[in-house]
Design a protein around this ligand. Structure first.
Ligand SMILES: NC(=O)c1ccc[n+]([C@@H]2O[C@H](COP(=O)([O-])OP(=O)(O)OC[C@H]3O[C@@H](n4cnc5c(N)ncnc54)[C@H](O)[C@@H]3O)[C@@H](O)[C@H]2O)c1
Ligand SMILES: [Zn+2]
Length: 372
């Protein structure tokens, strides 16, 4: 992996991801339109996938401009929402690719958050055994997490991301301009993944987030550009070591076992992903502190961080903890999702693969209700 700061004004940071199977740039900055055009103009046919919310916001802006500049680009919009990351949408994308004459040398552009990115990426991974795709992420979560690393997929009624494949994009353009329209709650939920990178991989970065929280919350461009850059760099460091998630990549799931159980117990309707992960991470950190395996200052600092970014710090008493726990047990029984517990030794250092006593986690979750 190489990285450097470009002199070009609009590109603040650029990273090159080099895995065993592919190599692609991530550009972070503002007004990345020209850089994007440079990448796209070599394709004879392009399908840009977005959703209705983003189409409303950007059809007169970047989407319209891309259509004007690239005559072979057509645009397709899907309804907004996780529930559209499904087989029906995928079929519609294939049909559109065919009707627009997109062939093996064509390209799919994902313009949106993780939902658009995942389904567009999976369509590209599977159409004609795989065509190119480019990510233009528009949420903080997509910029720091879902658009890098090559995981693509869709949901089945029985579960999230049940169908998927690894397929890396050709390029990722993280344009900070898009964050201006992102709702605060989405921005804060995306911050949880950023905080996670600091917590598990880099104590100096965790310190940076803590020290610059005001600037980050007000979306100061310089602070946010660095935030995205460092997050991508940390995720890339792990992904290149373990592209197919056979080992160390599991550490990126810190807080996710409990987070996923909370999300699925609440039918994905109460918490955004980052909010559920915040509770999962909090439960785990409190558990480690209770067992004297982690300094209590880590817990205090983490709660302060969650409070500052308006992320949840307690579980409402109405949530049925036993039912949440049954989701973890169910995953375990199914085999496919044996919880790979990731635990924190101190900020920036994790280990994974240990077994955690589920009864203890149950108690911690109950504790999160009492503290509410
Ligand atoms: N592939 C991976 O490695 C990976 C990693 C993490 C998450 N994911 C997936 O990502 C998805 C979640 O992604 P997400 O959090 O970006 O959700 P999302 O794509 O649903 O976007 C969140 C909301 O923000 C809106 N939005 C997006 N950009 C906007 C902008 N610039 N201005 C205004 N509104 C905007 C969207 O329309 C949506 O309503 C999940 O499906 C998850 O499974 C994938
Ligand atoms: Zn996550």
């Amino acid at each position: 992996m190489r990285d450097h700061i470009e002199s070009n004004e609009s590109i603040r940071y650029q990273l090159a991801i080099e895995t065993e199977t592919s190599s692609y740039p991530i550009m972070i900055g503002e007004g990345l339109f020209d850089a994007c055009l440079d990448t796209l103009e070599k394709y004879p046919s392009i399908l840009l996938l977005t959703n209705d919310t983003l189409l409303d916001l950007y059809h007169e802006g970047v989407i319209g401009l891309l259509q004007k500049s690239l005559p072979f680009l057509s645009c397709m919009s899907i309804p907004d929402g996780e529930r559209y990351k499904n087989i029906d949408t995928l079929r519609e994308i294939y049909e559109r690719l065919l009707s627009r004459g997109v062939a093996r040398d064509g390209c799919v552009v994902a313009f949106g958050g993780g939902v658009v990115g995942d389904v567009a990426g999976f369509a590209a991974a599977t159409f004609m055994r795989g065509i190119d795709y480019v990510q233009i992420p528009t949420t903080l979560l997509a910029m720091v997490d879902s658009s890098i690393g090559g995981k693509t997929g869709i949901n089945l009624p029985k579960g999230k991301n049940m169908i998927g494949s690894f397929h890396h994009p050709r390029a990722v353009f993280c344009d900070l301009d898009f964050l201006d329209t992102l709702p605060k709650r989405e921005y804060h939920a995306g911050m949880m993944e950023v905080i996670k990178y600091g917590l598990i991989l880099d104590d100096a970065f965790y310190g940076f987030i803590s020290a610059n929280r005001e600037q980050i919350a007000s979306r100061d461009r310089e602070a946010v550009a660095y935030l995205i850059y460092r997050s991508c760099q940390l995720k890339a460091q792990i992904v290149v070591q373990d592209e197919k998630e056979k080992g160390i990549r599991a550490i990126l799931n810190f807080g996710h076992t409990i987070g996923h159980a909370i999300e699925s117990h609440t039918n994905y309707a109460t918490y955004l992903h980052g909010e559920a992960v915040a509770l999962g991470a909090l439960a785990l950190i409190r558990h480690l502190v209770d067992k004297n395996m982690l300094d209590c200052h880590v817990l205090e600092g983490f709660i302060g961080m969650l409070q500052f970014f308006e992320l949840p710090t307690f579980l409402p008493p109405a949530v049925d903890v036993d039912a949440v726990m049954s989701h973890i047990a169910y995953d375990k029984k199914r085999g496919s999702g044996i919880p790979k517990w990731v635990t924190l030794n101190r900020i920036g250092f994790v280990t994974w693969g240990q077994s955690v006593e589920l009864e203890e986690i149950r108690e911690v979750l109950r504790g999160l209700q009492k503290n509410g």
